[in-house]
Design a protein around this ligand. Structure first.
Ligand code: ATP
Ligand code: MG
Length: 419
């Protein structure tokens, strides 16, 4: 299909007023310089669905150098495929890409093609066809107020259907992350997955574990920052949680009740995010790992943080979770489990309240322990004070250490000193 379907208003609901004014500025400046410039990707899809877009990406036939010349505040990023980032005073960035063509998978990796523009850049039709899903490959021409559809995306939006462009098996083999993207968009939009698009998943799902761990981490973050639960359900249904999360993923796939526990927590978190609550990536990773690590937290360990850290490190995860993120998650989880213990036993050290993770841990404690998102300003401290009005029993660390010092030397077989 070389000729696109063109929808003119009122056959489409988009108005220029719905488009970010800075994205419009970029589009019109490129247009006045004689270039084509369209809004593309998720923004067009969301505008057609009357949902607020997350970001406004622009695509043009201007080359990166030509784009840069037209904007003072423009930075070129990327080595192989160069993109322009146009920055605005409020800190907003509009990403402007040049139309590109599909590159055969072998060429993706080779260096010589790197700066050969003929191999990289393409026509609008080629650019639409190299994209992942038909619903993500639409263009909006803000100058003419038209939607341009080379791939049947508008019909799929109408039918509420997620469909990969081209032969699904080939497109998954080129880039297995597309499988995840199919599941993500179908879950988020509550769309059906088209027959062949779904049928090719089982045979290619295993390829996800061949993707670089850093890329999987980026993908996982996208799901954790927006709605997480339904995507996890879809990944689990296709046996892909284990490809992404290693041991915990495997356990969540095999142990229905444990997954149900995770699902409850994700539902609460998703509801909180939808209501505008700020849940950080650390919070979300902590929730994702909690049901799996909870049995360890229930046992007594003198160095719980180390035990949790080792469990995470040895989980065989394909996704590379950076060390600092893992360390933060471990600190949060070990605080949460100390809070739970404190409410049972009254044992608590006030010095823990000075830790930087105390605030997030306190919120997660209420979510995990009481199955609800905390009210504004609500925290663990008052709950403990209410449960133990006389004050918590302090952990007697120092005394224990001193006692340890008085222990007899090794080999001494006499009676232990009385405590
Ligand atoms: P979101 O609303 O989550 O941002 P999006 O569709 O905009 O969804 P992005 O990750 O921002 O997703 O990608 C922008 C566009 O780039 C997509 O709409 C799609 O056209 C294209 N794209 C992204 N990833 C791939 C991929 N792996 N293969 C082909 N095209 C892709
Ligand atoms: Mg996007």
């Amino acid at each position: 299909m070389n000729e696109p379907v063109i929808l003119q208003s009122p056959a489409h609901p988009i108005s220029r007023r719905d488009v970010d004014p800075d994205a419009l500025r970029v589009i019109f400046r490129l247009h006045h310089s004689g270039f084509l410039a369209y809004l593309t990707g998720g923004a067009v899809r969301d505008l057609l669905l009357r949902r607020p877009p997350k970001d406004f990406d622009v695509v043009t036939d201007a080359r990166p150098g030509q784009i840069r010349k037209r904007f003072a505040n423009c930075y070129i990023i990327g080595r192989r495929f160069r993109l322009a980032h146009v920055r605005f005073p409020d800190g907003k960035t509009i990403e402007v890409a040049t139309f590109r063509r599909t590159i055969s998978p072998g060429l993706e990796e080779t260096q010589p093609s790197e700066f050969d523009p003929h191999l990289l850049y393409g026509t609008p039709a080629e650019d639409a066809r190299r994209r992942d899903l038909t619903i993500n490959a639409l263009f909006y021409d803000a100058v003419r107020n038209e939607v341009i559809d080379y791939v049947g995306g508008t019909a799929d939006l109408e039918m509420k259907r997620v469909r990969v462009i081209g032969e699904p098996g080939t497109r998954y083999a080129e880039d297995p992350v597309r499988i995840w993207r199919v599941l993500r968009h179908a879950s988020r939009l509550r769309f059906e997955i088209d027959g062949p698009t779904a049928e090719a998943i089982p045979a290619h799902g295993g390829l996800l574990s061949t993707c670089p761990g850093a890329r999987l981490y980026e993908e996982l973050n996208k799901d954790l920052l927006l709605e997480t639960g339904p995507v996890f359900d879809a990944l689990r249904k296709f046996g892909l949680l284990r490809k992404i999360l290693g041991r915990p993923g495997e356990i969540y796939e095999e142990d229905g009740p444990l997954y149900a526990r995770l699902r409850e927590l994700l539902l609460l978190a998703d509801q909180a995010k939808a209501a505008g609550e700020d849940l950080s990536l650390e919070d979300m990773y902590a929730l994702v790992f909690w049901p799996w690590l909870e049995p360890l937290c229930g046992e007594f360990h003198p160095d719980l943080a180390k035990v949790l850290g080792d469990a995470l490190f040895e989980a065989g995860m394909r996704t590379t979770i950076p060390r600092t993120m893992r360390a933060n998650v471990v600190q949060i989880l070990s605080l949460v489990s100390q809070m739970r213990r404190a409410l049972r036993t009254g044992r608590w050290r006030h010095s823990l309240e000075r830790l930087s993770h105390y605030g997030p841990a306190s919120r997660l404690f209420i979510l995990i322990d009481q199955g609800r998102f905390p009210e504004e300003g609500e925290s663990f401290g008052p709950q403990l004070a209410k449960a133990f009005p006389g004050g918590p029993r302090l952990e007697k660390r120092r005394r224990r250490r001193r006692r340890k010092k008085r222990r007899p030397p090794e080999g001494f077989s006499g009676p232990a000193p009385s405590s």
